[in-house]
Design a protein around this ligand. Structure first.
Ligand code: SF4
Length: 510
């Protein structure tokens, strides 16, 4: 009996459950692995070109790896995914199809219809790329209940026994070291450079293909990312050895001179299956236990991996498909043009957008407190913001971006994912970065010529949504500060914000 194992491009696991299952059930019968590069899927949005190179190069290296392990691989490059699947079935006529659940809604829906559509007995196995697949703290979530990431995270820590003592208490005596982890970057700090991977023949060919296709944003030249499991593991070791130690204190810091700082930069590999979450969490925990890294850095990193990432994936599946259309603030403005060329006098926005366009990466605080903060304050339509992030970020997939951008960043799901809207004025950006120092806007001004747009839009947002925000226990204190603003100043804020948004060319005033 011949078996086809269909492996999706973002499921490049070393121990893929469908491959393991095939070995178990094939009983000497033929096993073929199907991998499909679909142009149509990749042209859904104008993706950052390094993202396209990363995905295709990792897929092609994975195919070579499986061939080295003795598998027969059918690697198809087609316009539409269904062409590749149908041609494979016609040519090889497998008696059984095995695959692993897609991480994303559309993919999983397609998998469920495969058997009836194509007439091949199909088994869709549980997704093992997320720890929450093997342990779900809330397996039967109440649709009317608000869930909190902190509780989810603690349940995951306990279950997977990460940084826990024998009495079941957190090592170090605390669950959370946020008070030690909010430092701005001191001047003159020497930050270790991350390991880079010069492109090999396969990757060089892809860079040429992507550049000559004319499709996408940014450029593929200068691509230095890992594309194999071995390289991804080297990147993990490099992070643990050189940057984890200072990850905690500076995880919220932003700098004009450096994008990565002490962050791991491992999310693109994790989201493709080149690394697995347990591997990252265990490596970080071992660094603490051996004395190589302090508890605040290790806890902060593990929180990102088994807390935030798993919670985001859990929220995605809890809220889909409704999550695609959420718009709590009824935000209707179009995404400003400068998101596609970084031409804005705002230093912070210019630098962060330019990085996203050039390299497809900025760390999470720049995503949350600069880009999403601006879009929330400016009333940009959530779905347009989400599409921009999906286009530009090398680690962006729908399952992470919908809850992260719409949920956490824009609070467009009305607090299902996060507990408060993350909004801030120039004060925060100035405290955590060096962007304001030579900006042509004045970070101290709220209105009048040269006032920082973050200030203007922040206060305008508080005025516009005062009653909603007042009802939120976590936002109440912010709104209380409106008491110190007299009617005249309120009118100035609202007028200048309206003029600013109109000038921005970001669509009609709702
Ligand atoms: Fe950004 Fe305002 Fe600071 Fe300029 S002054 S860098 S626009 S926060």
């Amino acid at each position: 009996m011949s078996t086809t194992v269909w492996i999706l491009g973002d499921q490049l696991l070393d121990s893929h459950p469908a491959l393991l299952k095939a070995e178990e059930v094939a009983q000497g019968g033929e096993i073929r692995v199907l991998l499909v590069e679909s142009k149509q899927r990749l042209r859904r949005l104008p993706y950052q070109r390094k993202k396209l190179v990363l995905l295709f190069s990792a897929m092609r290296h994975y195919a070579a790896r499986l061939r080295d392990r003795g598998y027969t691989v059918d690697y198809r490059m087609v316009d539409r995914f269904s062409q590749g699947m149908e041609a494979h079935l016609r040519e090889h006529q497998p008696q059984r199809l095995l695959c692993m659940e897609a991480s994303e809604y559309r993919g999983r829906r397609y998998q469920r219809t495969l058997e009836s559509r194509l007439g091949v007995p199909t088994s869709v196995l549980s997704n093992t790329q997320f720890l929450v697949g093997s342990y779900d703290p809330y397996p039967d979530p109440d649709p009317d209940k608000r869930y909190v990431m902190e509780h989810f995270y603690r349940a995951m820590r306990r279950h997977f026994n990460l940084l826990m003592d024998e009495a079941g208490e957190p090592l170090g005596g605390r669950w959370n070291y946020d008070d030690m982890n909010r430092k701005p970057l001191p001047k003159g700090l020497e930050i270790p450079r991350p390991i880079q991977f010069p492109p090999d023949e396969i990757t060089r060919q892809l860079i040429d293909e992507v550049e000559s296709s004319g499709w996408g944003v940014g450029n593929a030249a200068g691509f230095q990312l890992a594309v194999t499991h071995e390289q991804a593991r080297q990147a993990l070791e490099d992070f643990i050895a050189h940057r984890l130690v200072d990850f905690g204190p500076y995880e919220d810091a932003m700098s004009r001179s450096d994008s990565l700082l002490y962050h791991s930069g491992l999310s693109p590999y994790l989201n493709l299956g080149l690394l697995e979450p347990a591997e990252l969490a265990t490596a970080a925990a071992s660094a603490y236990l051996s004395g190589a890294a302090p508890i605040n850095s290790v806890e902060g990193f593990i929180r990102q991996v088994i807390g935030w990432r798993e919670y985001i994936y859990w929220q995605y599946w809890r809220q889909m498909p409704a999550m695609q259309d959420v718009n709590f603030w009824d935000a209707r403005r179009s995404l400003p043009e400068f998101f596609w060329d970084a031409r804005t006098p705002m230093n912070c926005m210019q630098a962060v957008i330019q990085r996203a366009l050039d390299d497809g990466y900025t760390h999470h605080i720049e995503r949350l407190m600069v880009l999403s903060n601006f879009c929330l304050l400016a009333g940009i339509e959530p779905q347009q913001v989400n599409d921009w992030f999906l286009s530009c970020y090398v680690d962006a997939y729908e399952w992470v971006m919908l809850p992260n951008v719409l949920g956490m960043g824009l609070y467009a799901d009305g607090g299902q994912t996060g507990t408060k809207p993350y909004i801030a004025s120039a004060n925060y950006i100035n405290k955590m970065s060096d962007y304001c120092q030579d900006c042509e806007y004045d970070r101290r001004k709220r209105t009048g010529p040269g006032a920082c747009p973050f200030n203007l839009l922040y206060w305008n947002f508080l005025i516009e949504h005062e009653s909603v925000l007042r009802a939120s226990p976590r936002m109440g204190p912010n709104v209380l500060s409106l008491r110190h603003i007299d009617d005249e100043e309120r009118t100035r804020i609202v007028r200048q914000a309206r003029d600013y948004l109109q000038e921005l060319g970001s669509g009609p005033d709702p």
